[in-house]
Design a protein around this ligand. Structure first.
Ligand code: GLU
Length: 463
């Protein structure tokens, strides 16, 4: 019996991945946050996986419900609604339970230093040329000293006892990484008031939700070795990590949620297309050129963590207007249909194909729909009344279709002897109220013979 298995030792087929986007609801999402969200969502989409929105809202003082709502609205607008939504403030019991397990395992220990004492220690270390790493003095406290602190009403904060070992991971963007955790301070996981800092909830959720891959900004690289140690201490398997470069303003300044830089809601209000924003946010600072895409699936197909550059990438918001126009000019009717109907535009595919090449913003379609179906708001008295009356007399009978305009113009050209601008410009002005716009050939059938006839004769009732 021949061996039918492939000759190479293929890795087992990976099960669908689970990825998450984990913003804190402390401000509006900006383009850099969109980059993180999209990378996670598109990798999940391409591989039939799950995309989780996790709101990191354990900081009750800074987290706000309206930012949580805005984040959900932004993800919907981008076209990446999450499959699962969780809020860390609903899950505090899980974190408390994990903290107890770490305490029982001797990996979480109480510390009593005040901020001032810690500051002083760091200053002294720096003065001696030593790195400002926590000296673990709290581990050497006696029972008596601890009881005295307790009697004084000092509540401890809790640090994770790092194993002081080499922690290695193969970063999806940065390649093999290695950190000796002896070079790091034991991280504080629980504050003196019992609240949790970001680290423990994040890893507890990554384990509990079965996250297989973490894609986030490179500002988190330094957290990764610590997180891998904690995940292993809790008996979990570390996910794959990838840290992408950060986006900056054209000036080089980092993007800030707090300062409201390049927020998605402001860009949306400016008429930026979500697909244009997505293409720019994902492709800038990679080996791929930033160019319009026809769908998120197309973008998902080119997402390639390994092609992301290591250097921060400048994001030029000026490019979004052009990218938006190019995205609209190529947008298939299927992608526009629901949005047109939502604006009361019932012209179907014929209307969309007639006007899309002239749109700078999607909303401009409404203008051209009014031009097709309502009296012109800015109809000027025809300057060329005799010519236009001749043009009206030559209008072919209905039904009108794609060939109507060509036949009409040929007849008008022959009858009037006009050509070029002298032929077309008066028609365009009379029919659309403007000097520029979509091809009249496409608009004419949408306007219908009666309206065209009235406009050419200058007798359409003004709005
Ligand atoms: N809440 C963290 C942030 O917004 C999440 C980081 C992570 O992805 O682990 O930076």
């Amino acid at each position: 019996m021949p061996d039918v298995s492939p000759p190479d030792a293929s890795p087992p087929v990976a099960s669908p991945p689970v990825l998450r986007f984990a913003p804190s609801p402390t401000g509006l999402l900006h383009v850099g946050n969109a980059r993180t969200a999209l990378l996670n969502a598109l990798i999940a989409r391409r591989r039939g996986g799950t995309f989780i929105l996790r709101l990191d809202d354990t900081d009750a003082a800074r987290s706000r419900a309206e930012f949580a709502d805005a984040i959900a609205a932004d993800l919907d607008w981008l076209g990446i609604p999450p499959d699962i939504r969780v809020r860390q403030s609903d899950r505090l019991g899980l974190y408390a339970e994990a903290a107890e397990r770490l305490k029982a395992a001797g990996r979480l220990y109480p510390c009593y230093e005040s901020e001032e004492e810690l500051d002083l220690k760091r200053k002294l270390q720096r003065a001696r040329g030593l790195p400002p790493v926590y000296d673990r003095a709290a581990l050497r406290l006696t029972e008596a000293e601890r009881s005295r602190f307790a009697a004084e009403g000092r509540a401890p904060h809790w640090r994770f006892l790092l194993a002081h070992r080499d922690v290695a991971w193969d970063d999806g963007v940065r390649g093999p990484q290695r950190v000796d955790t002896a070079s790091l301070s034991d991280p504080v996981l629980v504050r003196a008031d019992g609240s949790f800092l970001y680290t423990l909830p994040s890893v507890v959720d990554d384990i509990a939700l079965g996250v297989t891959q973490v894609v986030r900004g490179e500002d988190h690289v330094t957290n990764t070795a610590v997180q891998i140690e904690i995940i292993e201490a809790l008996g979990g398997t570390p996910p794959l990590f990838a840290h992408h470069n950060l986006l900056t303003l054209p000036s080089g300044e980092g993007l800030s949620k707090r300062l409201g830089h390049l927020s998605l809601s402001a860009l949306r209000a400016d008429g930026i297309e979500p697909l244009a924003l997505a293409a720019a946010a994902v492709l800038v600072g990679t080996a791929h050129a930033v160019q319009p895409v026809a769908s998120l699936d197309e973008l998902a197909a080119v997402v390639d963590l390994a092609s992301i550059s290591r250097a921060p990438a400048r994001f030029d918001p000026q490019e979004l207007a052009g990218l938006t126009a190019r995205t609209l000019h190529a947008m298939p009717f299927a992608a526009a249909r629901a949005r047109l109907l939502a604006q009361g535009i019932e012209g179907g595919e014929a209307f969309w194909l007639a006007v899309r090449g002239n749109l700078a913003r999607f909303e401009d379609a409404a203008h051209w729909w009014r031009v097709c179906r309502q009296p012109l708001a800015n109809a000027a008295a025809p300057e060329d009344a005799a010519f236009l009356a001749d043009a009206a007399a030559l209008l072919p009978p209905e039904p009108w279709g794609e060939a109507t305009y060509g036949a009409w113009i040929a007849a008008l050209k022959a009858a009037s002897g006009r050509s070029g601008k002298a032929l077309f410009q008066p028609l365009r002005r009379a029919l659309t109220g403007a000097d520029k716009g979509p091809e009249l050939a496409g608009l004419l059938p949408l306007m219908g013979r009666a309206r065209v006839d009235l406009r050419l004769r200058g007798s359409e009732k003004p709005l």
